[in-house]
Design a binder for this molecule. Structure first.
Ligand code: BG6
Length: 514
């Protein structure tokens, strides 16, 4: 693997492009958690990296009554909580770009009129002709807000953009709660906005580790020849968290692990591992391939669901030496809740490349360790002239790690120093952060992409529907057959025993979380 210092491909070219393109970002849900934790801090980092033009404006929009000063103050606290050197000094110039509108999302037109006035103002820089609407809102608000923006002629087919103007919308997850509602939502949005102006965000696609999969697979001659059923034994995709629901009990009760993590993040990662090489690097080519592979995932029939889909709910336990409550004791959670905080799937892809290769997916909260990774397990060497113990790396493992560190490792068999062919595992590692520069966050990457109009790392309508189609039968089955043994795993453990049983049947145990 390369040890060359990586260059962040977006930095220089996009600085120039964005400087040519001052724009206005309207952040719906601006008083909320996502805006404070993710969106505005990421915008501030872009500002500090010189990617946002001086004419850039950020307009917060929410129901909470605030004025510009209070909005700026709240954002200052949120952004500077994790300040890096120079951030304090840089804040005032960024804060000047921030404004706030108090408004309703539905019904009352006053807020939208204020927005229309703002966009109606002549602006030499062109910032008002280039608009990004970021919907950091609960999904029920997506379609009504888009409708209102279209009626105000600010977005979609009703917006007559001047040359060099555009109007795009970013939609947060969850995108629907099943296939039917996702289709409905897609159709509602499509009534007002063409698909190529809709950016469905999945922050996993913005992670450096996810994007690295493309360079690894398609930028090297080494991997493609072995990237198939002849050499790969199986794939494990894990998103294990030690955190619980962190005050989001109300939301989580409507979601569960399958909707919160598997339908979006894990399905996207599986698609990145499994896609056929796109012929060109265009958003259409890449997303077409993703849809193809998601559509090729074998549907789980009723009898397979009991075997190949598992769920769990955490009970009380210990994390990092401290006692933690069970899910049912979390604020906002029904004390008899049947919602899963762990979901596991065993999937197969029906195509020539992957026939017979299991993809194991698991996501869970309050597990033994924070570990998010894709592990590609290769088959053992077919013949070795000296003994290679099972744990010595002879069956190579390529691990794309997202957390706790973003890095790639390839485990191979190496020779232990000294006389004789004593085999020992060796890890070849590539760590993006080793260049000294902190890699951009997922939200930084995706915001830049949306600002330059590149939807490659956003989910297209048909992709979202294809991944709902995979899990819909499981959700349906679970709804009708409640799991009566909840809670079925202790906080701080490796997850429910049912999850282990699912992979042990194939004699392919989960990788240890510790
Ligand atoms: C979010 C989920 O999409 O992803 C959260 O709603 C989860 O429940 C989070 O904790 C995990 O993201 P990351 O980047 O910390 O792995």
């Amino acid at each position: 693997m390369s040890t060359r210092t990586p260059a962040h491909p977006r930095t220089s070219a996009d600085t120039e492009r964005l400087k040519l393109q001052p724009c206005t970002l309207v952040l719906f849900g601006a008083s909320g958690d996502l805006a404070h934790r993710m969106v505005v801090p990421a915008l501030f980092r872009l500002w500090r990296r010189g990617l946002l033009a001086p004419g850039f404006r950020l307009v917060g929009y929410a129901r909470t009554k605030l004025d510009d000063a209070a909005f700026r103050d709240g954002m200052r606290k949120a952004v500077l909580e994790k300040a890096r050197p120079g951030d304090e000094e840089a804040w005032p110039a960024f804060a000047e770009r921030l404004g706030y509108i108090t408004g309703q999302y539905e019904g009352d037109q006053a807020g939208y009129r204020q927005l229309a006035e703002l966009f109606g103002q002549a602006d030499e820089s062109g910032a008002t002709a280039r608009r990004l609407f970021y919907l950091a809102l609960p999904p029920k608000e997506f379609a009504p807000v888009i409708r209102q923006l279209a009626e105000a002629k600010l977005l979609g087919r009703s917006y007559q953009a001047p040359t060099d103007g555009w109007s795009r919308v970013i939609v947060e997850k969850p995108f629907g709660r099943d296939l039917a509602s996702a289709r409905e939502l897609n159709a509602a949005i499509a009534r007002d906005v063409d698909e190529h102006f809709v950016y469905r965000i999945d922050h996993y696609l913005g992670k450096e580790a996810a994007q690295n999969l493309f360079t690894l697979r398609f930028g090297n001659a080494l991997f493609e020849p072995v990237w198939n059923r002849n050499y790969i034994d199986h794939v494990q995709i894990t998103a294990a968290e030690t955190l619980g629901v962190e005050g989001r009990g109300g939301y989580y009760e409507t979601a569960g692990a399958m909707r919160d993590m598997v339908q979006n993040h894990l399905m996207q990662l599986m698609a990145l591992v499994a896609i056929e090489p796109p012929d060109r690097w265009t958003s259409t080519a890449v997303r077409n391939e993703k849809v193809q592979v998601l559509q090729a995932v074998q549907r789980l029939e009723e009898d397979a669901i009991c075997r190949d889909a598992v769920r769990g709910q955490y009970g009380p336990g210990t994390i990092d030496g401290a006692p933690v409550p069970g899910y049912r004791q979390e604020p906002g959670v029904d004390p008899h809740s049947m919602v899963e905080t762990y979901a596991g799937l065993r999937l197969h892809i029906d195509n020539l490349r992957w026939a017979g290769v299991p993809f194991y997916l698991r996501a869970g909260k309050r597990l033994a360790a924070r570990r998010t990774e894709i592990a590609i397990q290769f088959k053992p060497a077919p013949h070795t002239p000296f003994p290679v113990p099972d744990d010595a790396g002879g069956a190579n493992t390529l691990v794309v790690e997202f957390a706790p560190n973003e890095r790639l490792t390839l485990r191979v068999a190496g020779k232990a120093p000294g006389r004789g062919m004593l085999v020992t595992p060796v890890e070849l590692a590539y760590c993006g952060a080793s260049s000294g520069e902190k890699p951009p966050s997922a939200y930084e990457n995706l915001l830049v992409d949306a600002l330059v109009g590149d939807p490659t790392f956003f989910a297209r309508a048909d992709e979202v529907e294809a991944s709902w189609a995979i899990i819909d039968p499981v959700l349906h089955h679970w709804e009708h057959e409640p799991e009566l043994r909840f809670p079925n795993y202790e906080s701080g453990s490796q997850g429910p025993l049912e999850g282990d049983a699912m992979v042990q049947r194939d004699e392919r145990p989960w990788r240890d979380l510790a």
